[in-house]
Design a protein around this ligand. Structure first.
Ligand SMILES: *Cc1c(COP(=O)(O)O)cnc(C)c1O
Length: 421
């Protein structure tokens, strides 16, 4: 459930009409609903209320400071994958002891920055990383909590670009070698082994891969404890999918997911961490765009909108589907017709959907791409020298611009021409 509904014939974000935002901020623009963010975060908490837990929001899915502040104030932890994300979490007021640092390629300066600012745990992804962190900790005279990310070799049955839990993926260490790697971790100075980390992929719409992976983690927990390791935390990653197509998909609910966690690792007495991103913020955002032209093609009509692949990359990158809806509510029984919805960028890949069924549209009309709150704004670029797409947060009857659209001067001002040219 989200808070983007038609009211008085127009699509609203909570109490604010999207036309009003388009008028005041311009398009394209991302619009997020605070009520939806709050609701989704609460569902994960509720799903784990049977145990000690920390819901760490995956910052990479939406790293706007206002979004992080809202979630952080609700008690969320943060899962970060870079020094920049770490600093965003801190700038949003999240204390270091609620931040976990994941990612296969943490650099020494990034690790140092997190140690200096305070960190809940590093999720280690390889032996060289483990050794580098140990050496850094020794040089700084500190000890940091670590979990080791294991790769359970489970097929997440999701898009190949977002599956991470098969042995062919670059993530984690093979679970078959975990005993040896944990033994080395325990010997290395500066590291305190506290847990196990796993994340098998994103947009999972079936609970069985989670069940299989978590059952392996439970087994490993017992084996490591038998070796004398104090395993007190399990970080079970993110990845629970969302309904991108409202009409015909119903992924499992956080409550069902929590039940799988309880059934697989619930008896181990560990504190549970999870790292949902998409499921919290995906359906809490839309990308609002205006029709520039309706162009009649030979065998089809094109809706050329002012958002493009640089603003919302998922369709071009993953072939992803976003429901496209008109902001003005069509009359009941109004005729629909197919449009190819495309952006202005000079690539054929800049196609949001072929044959989208929409009511008759005209230049100046507004449409919204739904489910765009996750992996939307964060993946945006200025390709084709299109200024970075702005973001708006709605709460009740008011809204605020939480990232302003850069001016052309801002954009050009970041380049410099060397004196010798
Ligand atoms: C991407 C990622 C997540 C979040 O995945 P979602 O599908 O957005 O829930 C969590 N943890 C790690 C390590 C990730 O790489």
């Amino acid at each position: 459930m989200d808070h983007f509904l038609y009211r008085d014939g127009e699509l609203h974000a909570e109490g604010v009409s999207l036309s009003c935002i388009a008028q005041q901020v311009g398009t394209p623009v991302y619009v997020y609903s605070a009520a939806t963010l709050t609701r989704h975060f609460g569902l994960f908490r509720q799903a784990l209320d049977w145990t000690d837990h920390l819901v760490c929001f995956a910052v990479k899915s939406n790293s706007n400071l206002a979004v992080l502040k809202l979630l952080g104030d609700l008690g969320a932890g943060m899962d970060v994958v870079s020094g920049g994300e770490y600093l965003r979490a801190k700038a949003a007021g999240v204390p270091g002891n609620r931040i976990v640092f994941s990612g296969v390629g943490k650099t020494v300066p990034e690790m140092r920055l997190a140690i200096e600012g305070g960190i809940r745990q590093f999720n280690i992804e390889s032996e060289p990383e483990m050794r580098a962190l140990s050496a850094l900790c020794v040089s700084m005279g500190v000890t940091v909590p670590v979990a080791i990310r294991v790769n359970p070799d489970v097929d997440a049955k999701t898009h190949e670009k977002i599956a991470t839990g098969k042995s062919e993926n670059k993530f984690g260490i093979p679970i078959s070698r975990a005993i040896a790697v944990y033994a080395e971790a325990a010997r290395l100075p500066g590291l305190q082994v506290v847990g196990i980390d796993v994340h098998i992929g994103s947009q999972l719409t079936d609970l069985e891969p989670f069940r299989a992976a978590y059952a392996k983690v439970a087994q490993l927990t017992r084996a490591l404890r038998a070796e004398g390791h104090a395993i007190t935390r399990l970080d079970l990653g993110g990845g629970l999918g969302i309904p991108y197509q409202r009409d015909n998909s119903a992924p499992p609910l956080p409550l069902d997911y929590g039940q799988v966690i309880r059934e697989t690792v619930g008896d181990l007495g560990c504190e549970i961490e999870i790292e949902p991103g998409r499921n919290i913020v995906g359906n809490a955002g839309v990308l609002l765009t205006e029709v520039i032209y309706v162009k009649a093609g030979e065998d089809r009509d094109f809706l050329i909108v002012d958002a493009a692949m640089n603003d919302l990359l998922r369709p071009a990158m993953y072939g992803a589907h976003h429901d496209i809806v008109p902001v003005i509510q069509p009359a009941v029984g109004a005729a629909v017709r197919p449009y190819d919805v495309v952006g202005p960028v000079c690539e054929s890949g800049d196609t949001f959907r072929k044959g989208a069924e929409l009511p008759e549209m005209a230049a100046g009309g507004l449409v919204a791409f739904r489910s765009a709150g996750a992996y939307g704004a964060v993946m945006a670029s200025e390709y084709n020298s299109r200024p970075l797409v702005p973001e708006v947060l709605v709460q009740g009857d008011h809204f605020a611009v939480i990232r302003a659209r850069p001016t052309y001067e801002d954009m050009l001002g970041r380049d410099s021409i060397p004196a010798w040219l």
